[in-house]
Design a protein around this ligand. Structure first.
Ligand code: A2P
Length: 275
């Protein structure tokens, strides 16, 4: 798993482990960042209905000149579409805004357990997948208890995208995903760039490998088989975040980074927050 450039999803689908996160970029800024990232070598772009930037992301993909099938596109949909018919409408809206005719990965953005209809939303995703409208299906911000409800209904998400970084390791979720064969993808993998990149452990390892603390952090993700979607609008930092496949952390270094965990599992509690 040392050079985990991609993660294998059911059906042999290869998902690039490093994605460009696009929140909170919109319009022209999103288009520019996506075009830049794709020209630098990114092949996975992460967007969502709620980011209100799918149009800009689509524009950036077109401007890159890459063929559609060279780019892995993840999007996510909101709670108003949590039904079988709703998921289809959400898909139609996303592909129209992006200007594409299929998605690589489509996720339920938040479980919204109070609404209580994420099982139906996932059934809608299964239908879309069986029609070839999405290649892979999954969820985001689901706790193990939410995942249990899907699994009990015979529904199996390929991916759960959650907040995950050295101060927010969430070992319980990670272990549950591993047991169930669900791939973990991290959002806010760099903690918005300001929360922990100055920590001594990361600085020391950065010095040892001639890398930055951000690169060490993203290496920590991908080396453990976890995808990561760092956002950057800056081409130099985009490039930096790609250059994580030419060094390898020692197992005890991974453990030292894990020890930065504060026990906080997510900024927003998905039992009460969600859109
Ligand atoms: P910028 O867009 O100016 O590069 P996260 O994805 O964890 O939320 O982090 C994104 C934030 O971290 C953004 O503010 C981004 O700013 C910043 N960032 C992205 N890559 C790096 C990096 N390699 N080093 C430092 N900050 C970074």
């Amino acid at each position: 798993m040392s050079n985990a450039r991609s993660l294998e999803l059911p059906g042999g689908i290869q998902m690039p482990s490093l994605a460009l996160g696009t929140w909170p970029m919109q319009g022209g800024e999103a288009a520019q960042a996506v075009e830049s990232a794709l020209r630098l070598g990114y092949r996975h772009i992460d967007t969502a209905e709620n980011y209100e930037n799918e149009d800009g992301v689509g524009e950036g993909i077109r401007r890159s000149g890459l063929d559609r099938e060279e780019v892995f596109i993840t999007s996510k949909f909101n709670k108003k579409w949590h039904s079988v018919a709703g998921a289809r409408q959400a898909w139609e809206n996303s592909v129209r805004r992006l200007g594409v005719d299929y998605l690589d990965l489509f996720l339920i953005h938040w479980p919204n357990p109070d609404q209580g209809t994420y099982v139906e939303a996932f059934e809608g995703l299964v239908k879309l997948q069986s029609e070839g409208k999405v290649r892979a299906i999954g969820v985001s911000n689901f706790k193990p208890t939410h995942l249990q409800h899907l699994l009990k209904a015979g529904l199996h998400p390929a991916v759960n995208q959650i907040q995950l970084n050295p101060t927010c390791v969430n070992p319980t979720a990670q272990a549950f995903h591993r047991e169930q064969g669900i791939k973990t993808v991290a959002y806010t993998p760099l903690g918005r760039g300001t929360e922990f990149l100055d920590e001594p452990v990361l600085r020391e390892l950065a010095g040892k490998y001639g890398k930055t603390a951000a690169q060490v952090t993203l290496r920590w993700h991908v080396q453990q088989g976890i995808g990561a979607a760092p956002k950057s609008a800056n081409p130099e930092r985009q490039q930096q975040n790609l250059e994580i496949f030419d060094f390898e952390l020692e197992p005890e270094e991974i453990d030292r980074i894990n020890a930065m965990d504060t026990g906080v599992t997510a900024k927003m509690d998905s039992d009460s927050f969600g859109h």
